[in-house]
Design a protein around this ligand. Structure first.
Ligand SMILES: Cc1cc2nc3c(=O)[nH]c(=O)nc-3n(C[C@H](O)[C@H](O)[C@H](O)COP(=O)(O)O)c2cc1C
Length: 182
C-alpha cells in the first residue's frame, strides 16, 4: 500500500524495513558499517548541531556485556555489529542561537538512528533498535560524561527464519493517527 506513494523507492524501503533480531554468523563488513553511518550523518539536527556519536561494537565480549544492559530481550550478543548511539550534550548551535529545548539534541540522535535502520535495509542488512539501561551501557564502553546513551542498533545478516516478524509489527491505520486541523 505504502509503495504507491510518490517517491516509490523510498516508500518501498520503509515498507521493507522491519526489526530483525536474529542473525547468522556472517560478519558485516566495515565498508557496510561505514556506509550506514554515513547515511545517519546526513540526518537533520536541531540548529545543525549534529550531536550524535556512533560507537561501533564488534568485540564479542563487549557485545555479551551489552546484552545484559538491554531493557527488552537478550539479542545483542547475536548481532555481527552493534552501533551504540550517544548524544554529545556539549553541542550548541554554531549560529549562537539559544537552544530552547535541550532535549532536541537527543531528538536529533533519534533521527540519525532512523537513518541507520533505513540505510541498513537498503544494503540488505537486518537491523533492530534496542533500548538500553543507560548507566550500565555507559560504564561498559567507558564513555565520557558529556555523552549520554540514546540507544543501539543491532546489525547483521538475517538468520534463516527471520522472514517472519519476530515481534509486534502491525500498524494502526492512518485514520487512527492523523488529525487535520483545517
Ligand atoms: C525507541 C525504540 C526502542 C526499541 N527497543 C527495542 C528493544 O529494546 N528490543 C527490541 O527487540 N525491539 C525494540 N524496538 C523495535 C520495536 O519493537 C519495533 O520497531 C516495533 O515492534 C515495530 O516492528 P518493526 O520494527 O518490525 O516494524 C524499539 C524500537 C524503537 C523505535
Amino acid at each position: 500500500m505504502l509503495s504507491t506513494c510518490s517517491l516509490d523507492s523510498f516508500c518501498g524501503l520503509c515498507e521493507k524495513r522491519r526489526s530483525i533480531r536474529y542473525f547468522d554468523t556472517t560478519p558485516v563488513s566495515r565498508e557496510d558499517i561505514n556506509e550506514v553511518i554515513e547515511a545517519a550523518r546526513l540526518a537533520p539536527s536541531v540548529e545543525n548541531t549534529q550531536p550524535w556519536r556512533f560507537h561501533v561494537v564488534l568485540h564479542k565480549g563487549l557485545l555479551e556485556q551489552l546484552t545484559r544492559t538491554a531493557c527488552y530481550g537478550n539479542f545483542i550478543a547475536g548481532a555481527s555489529a552493534f552501533i551504540l548511539v550517544t548524544c554529545d550534550q556539549r553541542m550548541t548551535p554554531s549560529t549562537g542561537e539559544t537552544l530552547w529545548n535541550p532535549r532536541e539534541l537527543e531528538f536529533s540522535c533519534v533521527a540519525a538512528m532512523e537513518h541507520l535502520v533505513l540505510a541498513a535495509t537498503a544494503k540488505g542488512l537486518g537491523s533492530c533498535w534496542v533500548s538500553l539501561h543507560h548507566g550500565p551501557a555507559h560504564d561498559i564502553l567507558k564513555l565520557p560524561t558529556h555523552e549520554t546513551v540514546i540507544g543501539g542498533i543491532m546489525l547483521g545478516h538475517p538468520r534463516k527464519g527471520e522472514e517472519e516478524p519476530s515481534g509486534p509489527h502491525e500498524r494502526r491505520p492512518l485514520s487512527g493517527v492523523v488529525t487535520f486541523h483545517e
